[in-house]
Design a protein around this ligand. Structure first.
Ligand code: PBG
Length: 322
């Protein structure tokens, strides 16, 4: 045998030299959940060590994360049922606690990149990402609502807007409205290929944002489809997305790969709540080792082609790197 691949695996020094994929804290974006109030720190039952915070408890938590080397966060609001309505008007209300929190976090930590979620579901009495009329999700009527939300978030200081709603044409619509309002520097990371997945359940529990009726299959993609992801990406690219996301990540590594191969803008992936919950649960039972299985999951997402990964593991990963 002249060719023995094992020789390049013979010790740690060689292994790390020939390592093809590098994963570091810089690649990670950490999701954080905020609710209105004071002194709140409520653990999300299916996401160990992830909490719903109020602004006063969140600020020291962000500081702790920054010390670990994290510098990118995506913020999600948990909105009281009484503030929800069919047009998600609270999403752009003057006294919105989420917008105030963004402003405050940005002024305390100007060096951080803050990302938001643009979709109606956390603010909608119907629990859908778009406007509901007669059991249908209206596309074009949703766009101006998303634009008001996006402009309010940009005004509050968000660096990267994350439209997660999957309405057609929303990237171009938002880009035009943002530019017309003086926010041409605010980026858009489109949830480009967002699948109608079973793996969002823990997140919907965290925010009480599950649809009140029906499912999201008329706007989120069919998990069976890959060509359609290329079509979505083509449209988002043309409409001006700065980065394109695939969501979920681990069951969709082929989609991450095909977008990375075909588009010259950064590709990201959302390692969603259900994917992380599986590892939390199995490691709690002693069936998997938390640190190594989490690392392998994140590494495979990166190997598939993701430049950035949104993940609930971000803080623990950063901690293990210390
Ligand atoms: C909603 C939104 C969802 C997630 C991010 N934004 C849920 C959904 O589409 O129902 C899921 C994230 C996760 O599961 O971690 N616009």
């Amino acid at each position: 045998m002249r060719r023995r691949p094992r020789r390049n695996r013979s010790n740690q020094g060689v292994r790390s030299m020939v390592e093809e994929t590098k994963l570091s804290t810089e690649n990670l974006i950490y999701p954080l959940f905020i609710e209105d109030g004071v002194g709140v720190k409520t653990e999300i039952k299916s996401l160990k060590d992830n909490f719903r915070w109020s602004l006063d408890t969140l600020l020291p938590e962000i500081e702790a994360c920054v010390k670990l080397g994290l510098d990118k966060f995506v913020l999600f609001p948990a909105v009281k049922e009484s503030l929800k309505d069919s047009i998600a008007s609270y999403s752009y209300a003057q006294d919105n606690f989420y917008l105030n929190a963004i402003h405050k976090i940005k002024s305390e930590f100007p060096q951080l990149s803050l990302m938001s979620d643009v979709a109606m579901d956390p603010y909608s009495s119907d629990g859908h990402d778009g406007l509901v009329k007669n059991n249908r999700i209206l596309n074009d009527e949703t766009l101006p609502i998303l634009a008001k939300m996006a402009i309010a978030q940009a005004q509050a200081g968000i660096d990267i807007l994350g439209p997660s709603d999957m309405m057609d044409g929303r990237i171009g619509f938002l880009r035009d409205e943002l530019d017309a309002s003086g926010y041409s520097d605010t980026s858009i990371m489109s949830y480009t290929a967002k699948y109608a997945s079973a793996f969002y359940e823990p997140f919907r529990d965290a925010l009480d944002s599950a649809p009140k009726s029906g499912d999201k299959k008329t706007y989120q993609m069919n998990p069976a489809n890959k060509n359609e992801a290329l079509l979505e990406a083509e449209l988002d690219f043309q409409e001006g997305a700065d980065m394109m996301m695939v969501k979920p990540a681990t069951c969709y590594l082929d989609i991450i790969h095909v977008l990375k191969e075909n588009f010259d803008i950064p590709i990201t992936a959302y390692n969603v709540s259900g994917e992380c919950a599986m590892i939390y649960a199995a490691s709690e039972k002693g069936w998997l080792d938390y640190e190594t299985s989490m690392y392998e999951m994140l590494l495979s997402i990166r190997r598939a082609g993701a430049d950035g990964i949104l993940t609930y593991f971000a803080k623990d990963f950063a901690k293990f790197q210390q």
